[in-house]
Design a protein around this ligand. Structure first.
Ligand code: NAD
Length: 445
């Protein structure tokens, strides 16, 4: 079967990973973004963000002449392909609802191209959008500006993305499942065939459903994972108050119950990133619009907003007045193996410490460039974990990078003014560190 030509609009984490994944298996991709710097970098074989494996995939796609990135040329991209994926951002508005301005802009451009297209074209929404966005807003724009009928002259699917930053390529090549939302059979079959062509024998379970169900699958999954994190953090905060308790053991014991599973039961200073905080807020607001107040989701969100500050609460059990105190922050990105600082707990921690008059030095293996855009010269940037902790009054571990996990008691004892360590991710050996340093971790006393 011939491989259809694909266009991808928006070259962020989702768009670029989708583009290089398809081209790695022989699909011809034309990709579009509005940011010249990003497009130039990509065409030179370098992703503008850090993600394991992506540059190798990208270089191969360019070498094989299967990926071509253009600036703003959406209409041309649609005319030169049979399937278009929309992967632009859907950020939060101030009130927590999602901002659809980028998706509306690109949909209008796609529709204008459809008007001039003689053949059937499938549009696939990969961006995360709240239920009924695809079959109302997006469909209406497509029909209005193309003068064509959805389900007859062109197809429309909602296909939410589940990749995780830090393992985005691996996840794209081996997803747990594919959710395929379509309100007509032809669209659903066309996208199903594309994925079968791509994954062949390794095609994961494909769940075919309506577009609003597909949209809700994404929000329900992310909100559930966020709920697990806020839940275990709640138990950790209770542990903190009870001598001789250990959240690590509690979580392990819970995880052996296969109704619960051990995943997403790591207590710490909360979740961040561009998805969980945004998606849970969007679902809360969306439910309210539907006249349903989700007390559960509101609590999950509130617990998470407060959780990073637990690190400072623990620090102040050792140093009450943080004015002029030298504090080291180890790890800045919202999780390891990414340089993404969006909604990172480090931002809440650093801002609170600055407000309390502390002097901050930070270290992150990949996220320093992005952190500089946020904190500019309000903080110091170290080039290694040791330089970061040198002569400091205390340090807070914020991100569980492997090189931070490798630090030994001696590194802290030899280099810090006072070896006070607040381990916000529970990555160091409790018994050993408790013996040798002032070691405090979330959920264990
Ligand atoms: P991102 O912000 O990293 O990238 C979006 C890209 O779209 C940017 O490069 C931007 O320049 C481009 N863009 C904006 N307007 C455009 C236009 N008019 N034409 C062409 N390009 C345009 O976003 P992301 O993290 O890749 O997320 C994209 C969507 O996927 C969001 O809805 C997000 O919620 C969802 N999602 C993200 C992840 C993740 O881990 N990042 C995972 C699953 C789903």
């Amino acid at each position: 079967m011939q491989k259809p030509k694909i266009s991808i609009i928006g070259l962020g984490y989702v768009g670029l990973c989708t583009a290089v994944a398809f081209s790695s298996r022989g699909f011809s991709i034309v990709a579009v973004d509005v940011d010249k710097k990003k497009v130039d970098m990509i065409n030179n074989g370098k992703a503008y963000f850090y993600e394991p494996q992506i540059d190798d995939f990208l270089k191969k796609s360019l070498k094989d002449n299967l990926l071509y990135c253009t600036l703003n040329q959406i209409q041309k991209a649609v005319l030169n392909s049979e399937i278009t994926f929309i992967a632009v951002g859907t950020p939060s508005k101030k009130n927590g609802s999602i901002d659809l301005k980028y998706i509306k802009q690109v949909t209008k451009q796609i529709a204008k191209a459809l008007k001039n297209k003689k053949t059937y074209h499938l549009i696939v929404v990969k961006s995360t959008v709240t239920p009924q966005t695809t079959n109302t807003i997006i469909k209406n724009i497509l029909e209005k500006y193309s003068n064509k009928r959805c389900g007859v002259d062109f197809g429309l699917c909602m296909n939410p993305e589940f990749l995780r930053q830090g393992s985005a390529i691996k996840d794209t090549m081996n997803p747990d499942r594919i959710i395929l939302g379509a309100d007509d059979q032809k669209s659903a079959n066309m996208l199903e065939n594309l994925y079968k062509q791509f994954y062949r024998k390794n095609t994961p379970p494909i769940i075919k459903t309506t577009t609003p169900t597909a949209e809700l699958c994404k929000y329900a999954s992310n909100s559930f994972l966020a709920t697990k994190i806020s839940y275990i953090n709640t138990i950790a905060n209770i542990c903190q108050k009870i001598p001789n308790t250990n959240i690590g053991i509690v979580a392990k014991a819970m995880g052996f119950d296969n109704r619960i599973s051990p995943k997403f039961l790591r207590a710490g200073i909360g979740y961040g990133g561009s998805c969980f905080p945004k998606d849970i807020k969007a679902l809360i607001i969306h439910s309210k619009k539907l006249n349903y107040k989700s007390q559960l989701l509101e609590s999950v969100d509130k617990i998470n907003i407060n959780q990073p500050l637990k690190a400072i609460e623990l620090l102040q059990t050792q140093i009450k007045d943080l004015k002029q105190k030298q504090i080291a922050i180890l790890g800045l990105s919202f999780k390891p193996n990414t340089d993404d600082m969006r909604e990172a707990p480090s931002i809440i921690i650093i801002n609170d410490l600055l407000e309390k008059g502390a002097k901050i030095t930070v270290y992150d293996p990949k996220a320093t460039t992005n952190a500089k855009k946020i904190f500019v010269d309000k903080i110091q940037y170290a080039k290694s974990p040791i330089e970061c902790i040198k002569n400091k009054d205390a340090c807070i571990i914020v991100t569980e990078w492997s090189e931070i996990k490798k630090l030994k008691t001696q590194d802290f004892k030899k280099n810090m003014k006072t070896p006070i360590i607040i381990d916000g991710r529970r990555i160091l050996d409790f018994q050993e560190f408790k013996k040798e340093t002032t070691y405090i971790t979330i959920g264990q006393s």
